[in-house]
Design a protein around this ligand. Structure first.
Ligand SMILES: [Zn+2]
Length: 297
């Protein structure tokens, strides 16, 4: 893959068929998300797929803020959180039960890994702080199948999503039928069938141009300029401070007495936030408001 295609999202359009498409490809950004984690292979693969899916979804939905896909369950994979902003700043983390993974590479699908689980998509508008939440039914085995069913129901749009992920890269192809399709038009069936022939190694290794040529050299495709995807953690001292309020002043003081300070690591980026005795006194003082604390750095 040429370097210009790494960590990019490409949009394209089949003008005559009224079908839009996207190819998302993450390399360095995906590797950065794994730096502080040593995920078992199967967890890494599914997390990578959700990361690619979050970028594809962010490019199809209109919002200014963040889109979060959160899956949780009682299975081996207990929690997965992927956040993608409308400008394609992404962060991701997964939690799992260590004991559930043996040395063999497990082939379990996402539904099995989650067990009795839920998957929620949250869109938060940055300016208004307005939140939209949608519950995604676990229909099918993969995040691609869950989202296809979800989009058909919530957006009334037929969508096909193809994902691939390994240690080095994660990538996805999305095809979506836009409104205004002719009944006798078989282009959706033809274009999605061709899309389904894409192999994982092609999705991960080829450039967007190469993928489109490989699949659609006989179709009229308009490819737009790509946009960059980057790693972005939205953690702040203020957010960590607010989280600290969930423990009592007494508990916080006990930790300070024992360890000298309270140290909180961000699960997404690994950044450490330290709080000493004076910080803690400030957090729990009656006059302290979250807005006051945001100016203390
Ligand atoms: Zn962070």
């Amino acid at each position: 893959m040429s370097t210009s295609d790494k960590d990019k999202i490409h949009r394209f359009l089949f003008d005559k068929a009224n079908i839009r498409g996207e190819i998302a490809s993450l390399n360095k950004v995906w590797q950065q998300m794994q730096v502080n984690h040593n995920y078992p292979e199967i967890i890494r693969r599914h997390l990578g797929e959700v990361v690619a899916a979050s970028v594809l979804l962010s490019a199809t939905l209109k919002f200014e803020g963040s889109l979060t896909i959160q899956a949780s369950g009682d299975g081996a994979l207990t929690l997965m959180v992927v956040e993608c902003r409308n400008d394609f700043g992404v962060r991701a983390v997964a939690k799992y039960q260590e004991a559930s993974f043996s040395e063999r590479a497990d082939e379990a699908d996402l539904k099995t890994l989650l067990g009795d689980g839920t998957l929620i998509i949250t869109i938060e508008q940055a300016k208004t702080k307005e939140r939209y939440q949608g519950v995604v039914a676990l229909e099918g085995n993969s995040i691609a199948e869950f989202l296809e069913a979800y989009l058909a129901r919530s957006e009334q749009l037929e969508t096909r999503i193809f994902l691939a992920s390994d240690e080095v890269a994660t990538a996805g192809l999305l095809l979506q039928q836009l409104p205004g399709r002719n009944e006798d038009d078989d282009s959706w069936d033809r274009i999605t069938h061709l899309g389904s022939t894409i192999k994982s190694e092609e999705l991960l290794g080829l450039s967007a141009e190469e993928i489109l040529h490989r699949l659609y050299h006989e179709e009229d495709v308009r490819l737009f300029d790509p946009e960059s995807i980057y790693f972005k953690c939205s953690c702040t001292r203020e957010k960590v401070t607010n989280m600290l309020r969930s423990i009592s002043h007494q508990e916080a003081s006990d930790i300070i007495k024992e360890q000298g300070n309270i140290s909180v690591d961000c699960e997404f980026c690994g950044k450490t936030y330290q709080f000493d005795e004076i910080d803690i006194a400030g957090i729990y003082s009656k006059h302290s408001q979250p807005s006051d604390l945001s100016t203390r750095h």
